[in-house]
Design a protein around this ligand. Structure first.
Ligand code: NDP
Ligand code: 8X3
Length: 251
């Protein structure tokens, strides 16, 4: 069987664009998310190019994560590339008024969910002494911005976990990369602002944001590096964005 890539958060945005691009480059795919209708639709489209398995689970539910992955046919359990992408921001509020439900969601999804998925997939990579893990962090995991508090903390944690994985998996030839995007126009802000379309679209007004395809291209570049090369840490920003807080907008 050709290489298998396992993509979390494939129902939307960066994960979906990555699944589409990897399919076009011949990777068989395990695509994951909670919205099974979207996974089925994507599977139907991509199955014309490669073999596709769908797994529906909430990354917060450790039992669901492991039983979903365990349910894969044996030949599909040899995952070559894990792309830990599932995640979101929930809310944008000062620390003194932030909602603890939002805090829980971000820590449980962005940090613990990434760990739960990795915990099931890494042992196979270790025993095969091969594999590649790409964790999607954020510019928010490099710089804290006002009201970003807990989302930033979750992405700083992703950055630290990525470095930790690289250290611990070094003896096994497993390549571990962190990709840290700036502003990418996806459903991200719609989720952050709880469905407020106007507020979400205003985030990307007055400049050209990154697209999900830009990040997918970056992921493909990282995957396609020769086996002796690992891109350990890559930050990618729109040209108009100089830092987490400085964006040159022309409104
Ligand atoms: P989207 O909202 O478009 O996609 C988020 C994806 O994560 C969806 O497929 C969603 O699937 C999945 N997801 C969210 N919560 C869960 C959950 N509890 N269990 C399983 N899957 C879940 O956003 P993006 O594509 O922009 O975000 C992808 C990653 O990129 C995230 O980690 C985000 O933090 C990061 N990022 C985004 C940036 C941006 O500006 N857009 C910039 C930097 C990083 P479903 O709802 O079906 O479960
Ligand atoms: C997403 C980018 O700047 O909205 O991680 O946090 S930002």
């Amino acid at each position: 069987m050709d290489k298998i890539a396992f993509v979390t958060g494939a129902t939307s945005g960066i994960g979906k664009a990555t699944a589409e691009l990897l399919a076009a480059h011949g990777f068989n795919l395990v695509i994951c998310g909670r919205r099974s209708d979207r996974l089925d639709e994507l599977k139907q489209a991509l199955s014309k190019q490669v073999q596709v398995q769908t797994l529906t689970f909430d990354v917060r539910d450790q039992q669901a994560v492991s039983s979903a992955i365990d349910s894969l046919p044996e030949e599909w359990k040899k995952i070559d590339i894990l792309i830990n992408n599932a995640g979101n921001a929930h809310g944008l509020a000062p620390i003194q008024t932030g909602s603890s439900e939002d805090w829980d969601a971000m820590m449980d999804i962005n940090v613990k969910g990434l760990l739960y998925v990795s915990k099931v997939i890494i042992p196979g990579m270790v025993s095969r002494k091969s594999g590649q893990i790409i964790n999607i962090g954020s510019i928010a995991g490099k710089e804290v911005y006002p009201n970003g508090n807990v989302y930033c903390a979750s992405k700083f944690a992703v950055d630290a976990i990525t470095s930790g994985m690289r250290l611990d998996l070094n003896p096994y030839g497993i390549r571990v990369s962190g990709i840290h995007p700036g502003l990418v126009e996806t459903e991200f802000s719609l989720v952050r602002f709880k469905g407020d379309e106007q507020r979400a679209s205003s985030v990307y007004k007055g400049f050209q944001p990154l697209t999900a395809k830009d990040i997918a291209n970056t992921i493909l570049f990282v995957i396609n590096c020769p086996p002796h090369v690992v891109i350990s840490d890559l930050t990618i920003l729109p040209t108009a964005q100089a830092s987490a807080t400085i964006v040159h907008k022309q409104l």
